[in-house]
Design a protein around this ligand. Structure first.
Ligand code: IPM
Ligand code: MG
Length: 380
């Protein structure tokens, strides 16, 4: 079977991290006899510069024709003064809604090799999956301004329908069933009416998933528990805005935001419904970090979140669990060997910007890190 993949390198460090990720994808294809047809598309600042808009319709249509989308990052200071609907970030939102990707999976776990980069004193190993609602809530609600000058006001609104809540919760429960069978709904039900609806829906659905232990946390408390006791979490399900905020927080616990991949899914296939047959389901895969314009072009960005996003694509869009694990194992092996981009080096190493005595870490650039992962894949 041939698989088509849209590549959106975007802005800032985007193109630099896309390159090693595509090399990894091709290596996996060669090794296992899969053909991945890639097509490069413009979106974000790159598309604004070329076509005057962040998400040209041609890009969206071409993406819809593919089996999956691999996106690096969009945005940068040169486009910051544009009106809201012309900013690079609009491309992301347009792709998410235009492709119907309502569930965003952001796994965050502390891998033992990166313990030294974890800022927590009590760095017990944790392994959580944040399931963020992605096409509703404050990001897509009515917004606007009224009045002028000093009298101006602005508003954004959070609206969720039962159907929107149910479908993303179901993704969370299905994931919990395959994990440690614990689901935490994060909301602000002590203040927000929309959160109270989330709780009602979750309370009902919890009865369908009796094997899963469901609990509820207010988002302020959840933000605190994440740094206090991250190991208490298995699956967290939450709204678009809360998921955005909490996933950045969780990423820092893993050592660096440069380590976290994500999958944005619409209809989620489960092996029971496909009977293990090869299948594809549309998804968009991207690191959770941004375009990091301050470090763009310097060969210092961490490409691992982008490479791990390729693994998620193979797992969720192409049902290639073995190949996905092969990429994840290769990343682990490279970390085992002591290679680190600057963001995941342990603090002593960073402060001397070279290898310290007694430490086996070696700081490498984007390209070297990518090549190291590639070598492991090609040689195993
Ligand atoms: C993310 C990003 C985006 C978001 C921005 C760039 C619009 O922060 O994917 O987490 O807020 O969803
Ligand atoms: Mg974010």
């Amino acid at each position: 079977m041939n698989y088509s993949v849209a590549l959106i390198p975007g802005d800032g460090i985007g193109p630099e991290i896309m390159e090693p990720a595509v090399a990894v994808l091709e290596a996996v294809g060669d090794k296992h006899g899969h053909v991945f047809h890639t097509v490069e598309l413009d979106a974000g600042g790159a598309a604004i510069d070329k076509f005057g808009e962040p998400l040209p319709l041609d890009t969206l249509y071409a993406a819809q024709e593919c089996h999956a989308v691999l996106l690096a990052a969009v945005g940068g200071p040169q486009w910051e003064d544009l009106p809201g609907d012309m900013r690079p970030e609009r491309a992301l939102l347009g792709l998410r809604s235009g492709l119907g990707l309502f569930a965003n999976l952001r796994p965050a776990h502390l891998i033992p090799q990166l313990r030294a980069a974890c800022p927590l004193k009590n760095d017990s190993l944790f392994d959580m999956l944040i399931v963020r609602e992605l096409t509703g809530g404050l990001y897509f609600g009515k917004r606007g301004r009224f009045g002028e000058g000093q009298g101006a006001s602005a508003f954004d609104t959070e609206t969720y329908s039962i159907e929107e809540i149910e479908r993303v919760l179901r993704v969370g429960y299905e994931a919990a069933m395959k994990r440690r069978k614990k689901l935490t709904l994060v909301d602000k039900a002590n203040v927000l009416e929309s959160s109270r609806l989330w709780r009602e829906v979750a309370t009902k659905m919890a009865k369908e998933y009796e094997a899963v232990e469901t609990d509820f946390l207010y988002v302020d408390n959840a933000a605190m528990q994440l740094v206090r006791a991250p190991a208490r979490f298995d699956v967290l399900v939450t709204s678009n805005l809360f998921g955005d905020i909490l996933s950045d927080e969780a990423s820092v616990l893993t050592g660096s935001i440069g380590m976290l991949p994500s999958a944005s899914l619409g209809v989620v296939s489960t092996s029971s419904t496909t009977g293990g047959e090869p299948n594809t389901s549309m998804g968009m895969y991207e690191p959770i970090h941004g375009s990091a314009p301050d470090i763009a072009g310097k060969n210092i960005a961490n490409p691992l979140a982008m490479i791990l996003s390729v693994a998620m694509m193979l797992r969720y869009s192409f049902n290639m669990e073995k190949e996905a694990q092969e990429i994840e194992a290769a990343v682990n092996k490279v970390l085992d060997s002591g290679l680190r981009t600057a963001d995941i080096a342990s603090r002593e190493v960073v402060s001397t910007s070279s290898t310290t005595e007694g430490s086996s870490e070696q700081i490498v650039g984007t390209k070297e890190m990518g090549k190291a992962v590639l070598r492991v894949i090609e040689n195993v």
